[in-house]
Design a protein around this ligand. Structure first.
Ligand code: ATP
Length: 501
């Protein structure tokens, strides 16, 4: 798709989401706060499929990862220890005249049409001063940048004491660290092993934008993978298949020297110390490949290293898997080496010994952590953008979502050619049987068959079954594939097996 076409792609996808009730602004009838979204019937099933696919791939099918579910609200002490209370901030600029508050990096990006990922607050301020940037709304003078903490605060119980302050978690990770010792004990996992969690996170983003790409309440899918500090290069899972895989690396050096990203194998990236450790390299490839397995075009993906200025307070090395959105290359997910920072901080703050006592060597080990962290809503939106196609011309343009069958909200639609002559009854029989067989199916008898195909394509449903007069005679139906448009006749009692295949 050419560039100008990609720009209105965002508007088209958002329009589709609202038109089909996939995702829409929360509490729309009151329309008070931006950045909160509700998911309708198609959207909630889609999101659940994504979360289930992630959970199956990274928890159920792995021996070395277990899951937990932590509380959403946690005490001040936890967030003080993790560093979020002091450092989980975004740069805020306020207009002296109209009071409009903007995120400084977004303001600079929008005004100068450049990518400023990785720039420090000091550097952003210099750019605002140098280019004499003003308020985007009223052109008023901007006050100096200050930092704004992104956590939502409340109090537990009927008190106003600081000790009873609690925060909605801005990431799921900290609950994993707080529960780490108990989880390792009950699951009897030895290093290396991971703890995974899918759940809500909350960030009081200064300027939520691009629909669910950046919202204030969202779902994260995170793994904290614990490794002995001296075994970060000891990764048996990093086989030749992954090592020989080529990916695009936009290193910190490329960004600093303003050179193009580098395409190379993971083997070369490790040899050249582009990626520091083999376990980090393994998780980069695993995450990249899983995203591609969902159907996302790999040509629109790259790995970008965080620059020194940009690294979070806990990280020694972070890579983002970036996607080329219509508004530029941006983070889809992050994969950080969080070192032993979090566990050490929590041990110090809680007074609890969080080290692992190795009976064999009598050592106390505080593991290092590689953290793949991905937002379910951001991934869902990215999948929609990547899968959006249009067919036909002029007034006959039809929308098709080419979503992979493993995550499409509805797997198969069933249509009777006509409502009469027993066709609807026969189609319903098939519909009920397929649902009993475990398929998410949709029955539609409204309008012409062409319109029903169009509705089904627009919802991203990969297969459609039509029941016609021949079906009554010989018990066969037409199975149509969304992307190829190919149709074939198959006996209805073989449908479940064919669809599964
Ligand atoms: P960004 O740079 O886009 O603000 P971040 O670096 O703050 O993201 P992380 O803290 O690394 O994000 O969070 C991990 C993942 O959670 C992100 O890669 C993204 O998929 C998701 N995520 C983070 N913030 C949001 C948000 N406001 N809305 C939706 N998803 C988000």
């Amino acid at each position: 798709m050419a560039n100008e076409k990609r720009v209105d792609l965002t508007a088209k996808v958002i329009n589709l989401c609202q038109r089909r009730g996939i995702i829409f602004p929360s509490c729309e009838i009151y329309a008070v706060h931006a950045g909160f979204f509700d998911y309708g019937p198609l959207g909630v099933q889609f999101k659940r499929n994504i979360e289930n696919a992630w959970w199956n791939r990274f928890v159920v099918s792995r021996e070395d990862v277990v899951g937990i579910e932590g509380a959403l609200l946690s005490p001040r002490t936890l967030w003080k220890a993790s560093g979020h209370l002091d450092s989980f901030t975004d740069p805020l600029v306020e207009c002296k005249k109209c009071g409009l508050r903007s995120r400084a990096d977004h303001l600079v990006e929008d005004a100068l049409k450049i990518n400023v990922d990785g720039l420090s607050v000091k550097h952003l301020q210099q750019m605002i001063d140098k280019h004499k940037l003003a308020c985007p709304k009223c052109k008023g003078t901007l006050l100096p940048i200050r930092t704004f903490n992104l956590m939502f605060k409340t109090h537990v119980g009927a008190t106003a004491d600081e000790a009873d302050e609690a925060f909605l978690r801005p990431e799921t990770a900290q609950l994993i660290f707080a529960d780490y010792k108990l989880t390792q004990f009950v699951s009897r996992k030895q290093f290396p092993f991971g703890i995974a969690q899918v759940g809500k996170a909350f960030r009081n983003e200064i300027a939520p934008r691009n629909f669910v790409f950046r919202c204030r309440e969202f779902t994260q899918m995170e793994i904290e993978y614990f490794i002995r500090p001296n075994k970060l290069d000891d990764c048996l899972l990093l086989g030749a298949d992954l090592l020989d895989q080529e990916m695009v690396f936009f290193t910190a050096a490329c960004q600093e020297n303003k050179t193009d990203a580098l395409r190379m194998t993971l083997r070369d990236a490790l040899a050249k110390r582009v990626v520091a450790t083999r376990w980090h390299a393994y998780w980069l490839a695993e995450c990249f490949n899983w995203i591609v397995s969902l159907g996302i075009n790999p040509a629109r993906l790259r790995l970008r290293q965080h620059t020194r200025d940009e690294l979070s307070h806990y990280s020694s090395e972070t890579w983002d898997v970036e996607y080329e959105y219509p508004w530029g290359w941006k983070e889809l997910m992050g994969i950080a080496n969080r070192t032993d920072f979090d566990l050490k901080q929590h041990a110090k703050a809680s007074g609890k010994d969080l080290a692992f006592h190795d009976q064999a060597t009598n050592e106390k080990i505080v593991p290092y952590v590689i953290e793949p962290s991905l937002g379910a809503d951001r991934l869902l939106f990215t999948l929609l953008m990547d899968a959006y196609r249009e067919t036909g011309e002029g007034t006959d343009v039809k929308t098709v979502l080419s979503l992979s069958p493993q995550i499409a909200p509805v797997f198969v639609s069933i249509f009777p050619l006509m409502k009469k002559d027993g066709l609807a009854e026969k189609a319903r029989e098939i519909f009920n049987q397929l649902r009993k067989d475990g398929f998410v199916a949709d029955y539609d008898e409204g309008g012409s068959i062409g319109r029903r195909y169009a509705r089904s394509d627009e919802a991203g449903t990969p297969f459609a079954i039509t029941v016609d007069y021949d079906s009554l005679k010989d018990n066969t139906v037409t199975l149509r594939e969304r992307d190829s448009g190919k149709q074939r006749r198959i006996p209805s009692n073989e449908l479940a097996a064919v669809l599964r295949a």
